[in-house]
Design a protein around this ligand. Structure first.
Ligand code: HEM
Ligand SMILES: CC(C)=CCC/C(C)=C/CC/C(C)=C/COP(=O)(O)OP(=O)(O)O
Length: 305
């Protein structure tokens, strides 16, 4: 048992323990990554051995965790400057950077190799691309340079349904490409809604997020503008006959609510982050929305279409 209360305090706990390594993988964000990969795999509707399916999803979780760890390894300085992220293991001083680097590289290599050996090479290749995209393109290259960072870099988070589908079929087809487009176009409203009410954090850290560079008015309009092509990507699987009516009707209803919330954001003039209710509502809804869209897609494809 820990003998001294100070040695176990959340800030000074050293050396790092399993909770810190878990935090390095950004487990909350990973839930949606894993869920969309699983839905991509199930929506393919091909027989796949449960052990292979489990291994594929495990590899996505490990790969996404590795990418999260390498992201935190690279940007410990930024995380230290932001209230939301200052208690992460590296900025809080609970872990040294070498440990995070080794953990991230080891986990990334393991996840891609296991996917290649146990599942198939295409799924492994897309997993490798998504890890590299998140770490190299988003974290290292774009995040500190341009307010378009998340538009381009957000592609990393859109790959999981493609990986799930490729794991099941060994191919890339129209439906998973539309699912990629849905997440890709969902990411700007998802993230800019949040960044509007944590704007001061990014400004303090010197990160050129859209609200910091272009202002709240322009960001609110862009949130709405990106929601429009996102809505098209959301209903396209039904319009193209790739899903049944259950998905179609639900997608229209859920997406209409998304557009209504995005429209409220675009009309808001609130300047106090504590009072930015439309932004908070849209951010919360965006996470629910993606979960619900993918869940209904699977039910539709497995039961109805
Ligand atoms: C470059 C693109 C993205 C950026 C910059 C971004 C950023 C963020 C941030 C800063 C949070 C706040 C909470 C936290 O730190 O955990 C968050 C929450 C979240 N994000 Fe994203 N996100 C992006 C894309 C995605 C994608 C592609 C997914 C999954 C498909 C996703 C899933 C989630 C989920 C599930 C949460 C809620 C976590 C919670 O409950 O706290 N995000 N995102
Ligand atoms: C399969 C695979 C590799 C998937 C991983 C891709 C993934 C989850 C991408 C989402 C990008 C994301 C959560 C960015 C967070 O932004 P940030 O890093 O700027 O957030 P922070 O400010 O919280 O660090």
């Amino acid at each position: 048992m820990a003998s001294h209360p100070i040695a176990r305090s959340p800030v000074d706990r050293l050396p790092a323990d399993w909770r810190d390594f878990l935090a390095l993988t950004k487990p909350r964000v990973m839930t949606l990554v894993v869920f969309t990969a699983l839905c991509g795999l199930l929506a393919a509707r091909v027989p796949i051995h449960p052990v292979i399916a489990f291994t594929a999803i495990l590899c996505v979780a490990l790969g996404a965790g590795a990418a999260g760890a390498l992201n935190q390894w690279y940007e410990a300085d930024l995380d230290a400057a932001m209230r939301r992220t200052a208690r992460r293991p590296l900025p809080a001083g609970r872990m040294d950077r070498q440990a995070a680097l080794h953990f991230g590289v080891g986990l990334a290599a393991f996840s891609v190799l296991l996917m290649g050996l146990a599942v198939n090479v295409l799924a492994a290749a897309i997993l490798a691309v998504s890890i590299l995209f998140y770490v190299m393109i988003y974290t290292v290259w774009l995040k500190r340079r341009t307010p378009q960072n998340i538009v381009i870099g957000g592609a990393a988070g859109a790959f999981p349904p493609l990986i799930g589908w490729a794991a099941a079929t060994g191919r890339v087809e129209a439906l998973p490409v539309l699912l990629f487009a849905l997440i890709f176009l969902w990411t700007p409203p998802h993230f800019w809604a949040l960044s509007l009410f944590v704007r001061s954090d990014y400004a303090n850290a010197g990160v050129p997020m859209m609200p910091v560079v272009a202002g709240t008015r322009a960001t609110r309009i862009q949130v709405f503008l990106y929601s429009l092509p996102m809505a098209a990507a959301a209903v396209a699987p039904w319009a193209l006959g790739l899903t049944g009516v259950l998905y179609g009707v639900t997608a229209v209803a859920l997406t209409a609510a998304f557009l209504a919330l995005a429209a409220q954001v675009s009309l808001s003039r609130e300047t106090d982050p504590a009072l930015m209710r439309p932004e908070r509502r849209l951010f919360g809804y965006s996470v629910f929305y993606l979960f619900a869209m993918f869940a209904v897609l699977v039910v539709d494809r497995m039961v109805i279409a």
